[in-house]
Design a protein around this ligand. Structure first.
Ligand SMILES: Nc1ncnc2c1ncn2[C@@H]1O[C@H](COP(=O)(O)OP(=O)(O)OP(=O)(O)O)[C@@H](O)[C@H]1O
Ligand SMILES: [Mg+2]
Length: 262
């Protein structure tokens, strides 16, 4: 696989608020290999996506988009590369004061390269792809959580990216909403888009990805297929797949004394 067709992190270290989030973290998203990064809440999954997009900067190590190392570069120098990547933010991050149609077409209007009629055509095409074209004139506050997530996906698709990052795309949805989002991700993959998802939802992960990275205490402790993950003897991976009473509060609060269940 050539460096041209991947997005990579090499030996990335990143701390915030005195806490180490990533320590010598290596990661590679090859074009065509759909991946999921798993880990408990607060472990640093969203941080990884922001580092890969150049929205955050590592303390040390390198981030590359294709054959360009973006670490230390001014944003203007990698803006074109970044246009190949779209992100569906955790929670959608739609603009509340804009209609659904305006949200989806926002970046295209801003770029100023296409005629208004062409942008409107693209907006309707993307909304139709995600099944919410009837909501084009509604505001985000008028949508259900599942519809908001689908509009956020339509917005990410508007600029026809090669790579799409999904941050917790199914969190908070009912089973049918989860099914809809998984189906959308599978259709995008069938169209040749490469997806990278970060989540703690195993159902969504196993339905949409071929490879899985497990992040624990700033390090990658597992990287492999679903079968390898299910067969893994790594205690943290086993606990994540099948929590037990011993998992109570682990990772949520500092341990107090020896009474883990107290
Ligand atoms: N600006 C900040 N200042 C201090 N700490 C921060 C800041 N931003 C993030 N953090 C901390 O960094 C850690 C990683 O955050 P991140 O959002 O990447 O976690 P996550 O794995 O995406 O969690 P979740 O599953 O809940 O979305 C968290 O413990 C968070 O509290
Ligand atoms: Mg997050």
């Amino acid at each position: 696989m050539s460096g041209r067709d991947s997005i990579r992190m090499e030996k990335v270290c990143y701390s915030v608020g005195g806490r180490t989030i990533l320590e010598n973290f290596d990661f590679c998203l090859e074009r065509g290999v759909n991946r999921t990064i798993l880990g408990v809440s607060g472990v640093g999954k969203t941080t990884i996506l922001k580092l890969l997009l150049g929205l955050l900067h590592p303390d040390s190590g390198r981030v590359s988009i294709g054959d360009l190392c973006i670490t230390g570069l001014p944003e203007a120098h990698f803006r074109e590369r970044r246009k190949r990547i779209a992100i569906v933010f955790q929670g959608g991050a739609l603009f509340d004061s804009m209609t659904v149609g305006e949200n989806v077409g926002y970046r295209l209007f801003e770029a100023g390269q296409l005629a208004e009629a062409e942008i409107e055509r693209i907006v309707l095409e993307k909304l139709s792809f995600v099944g919410v074209e009837q909501a084009v004139n509604l505001y985000p506050a008028e949508l259900s959580g599942g519809m908001r997530k689908r509009v956020a996906i339509a917005r990410a698709l508007a600029a026809d990216p090669d790579y799409i990052f999904f941050d917790e795309p199914t969190t908070g949805l009912d089973p049918i909403g989860v099914y809809n989002i998984c189906s959308l991700m599978q259709r995008l993959q069938a169209e040749g888009k490469t997806t990278l998802m970060v989540t703690h939802d195993l159902t969504t992960a196993f339905a949409t990805s071929k490879r899985f990275t497990f992040l624990h205490r700033a390090r990658m402790v597992f990287d492999g297929t679903e079968v390898e993950m299910r067969d893994s003897a790594i205690p943290e991976v086993r606990e994540f797949l099948t929590p037990t009473k011993d998992s109570l509060f682990v990772g949520k609060l500092p341990m107090l004394g020896s009474d883990r269940n107290g």
